[in-house]
Design a protein around this ligand. Structure first.
Ligand code: GLP
Length: 268
């Protein structure tokens, strides 16, 4: 696991967008060999999405041959609900880039058969040869996608009941009313994320500091599902300074020293 400590959200966004653009351009995607990108919602990736949009507009990156798979979607709200993850993704990214709509995959939280929807999603990821890079965020309780504390660390795409902390945290998007937040969601599993060839996770703000400490310094533990990323061969956590405030001093020093030495930009 590589932990990058950036000054603030803007620096995170610039680094993450640069990294993705380089990886995608080096891959040189074509219609026959598309690049497969996993994407998150939430506030963490918004600045990165803005930067990707800007870079798309100036021609640094094209999304024409990129296939996207989103991490999760609420169950029980319409796709056109302003807080659905469908709406979020179109508003924050897809409406502003050159991605063909048929390349976009988002779980359908209103599918008549939700279990089948999950199985088909996994099959579709496999059909494209797996995910090249999964971009993600983590919750304050250490969840990844909607894999809440106590989730199996080898889980596949499935239906999840959201825990109170997540409902409370996400109520900020639902007029601060926890009752309006859906109580369940469809989500890729921890195992689905672990199968990606690379995982990039954005962590920002002091409110994530406890989770980040557990994920990086703690043991692999299902009560902090994102801690499973310690087992991933190519995972980068891109953090801002405030999110690292609960780290031991030696952890910060260790990762900063590695970055000073590292020249090839590859995960350690
Ligand atoms: C949400 C989403 C996750 C997201 C996380 C963090 O509930 N299901 O995919 O990564 O919580 O959200 P934020 O970036 O807004 O802190």
């Amino acid at each position: 696991m590589r932990v990058l400590i950036k000054q603030d959200e803007n620096k995170i966004a610039q680094w993450t967008a640069n990294y993705l653009i380089k990886k995608i351009n080096d891959f040189n995607p074509t219609i026959k060999k598309p690049f497969v990108l996993g994407l998150p919602t939430g506030s963490s990736p918004i600045a990165t999405y803005k930067e990707l949009i800007r870079r798309n507009k100036i021609g640094d990156i094209s999304f024409k041959h990129i296939i996207t798979f989103n991490m999760d979607e609420y169950i029980g709200i319409p796709e056109n609900h302003p807080q659905s993850y469908h709406s979020f993704m179109y508003e924050k990214l897809f409406n502003h880039i050159d991605i063909p709509s048929e390349n976009i995959n988002i779980l359908k939280g209103n599918a008549s058969n939700l279990e089948k929807e999950c199985i088909e999603y996994e099959k579709k990821i496999l059909k494209y040869g797996g995910i090249d890079i999964f971009l993600g965020g983590i919750g304050m309780d250490g969840h990844i996608a909607f894999n809440e504390p106590g989730s199996s660390l080898t889980s596949r795409t499935s239906i999840k009941i959201l825990c109170y902390d997540t409902i409370q945290a996400n109520s900020r998007f639902f007029e601060n009313d926890a009752h309006q937040v859906p109580s369940a969601a469809l989500t890729v599993g921890v195992g689905t994320i672990m199968d990606a060839r690379e995982v990039l996770v954005i962590v920002s703000g002091y409110k994530k500091a406890r989770a980040l400490k557990e994920v990086v310094e703690g043991a692999v533990n299902h009560m902090w599902p994102a801690s499973m990323l310690q087992m991933h061969p190519k995972c980068i956590l891109v953090c801002d300074e405030p999110s690292t405030l609960e780290f031991q001093v030696k952890t910060v020093k260790y990762f900063k020293d590695i970055e000073r030495i590292s020249t090839d930009g590859s995960p350690q």
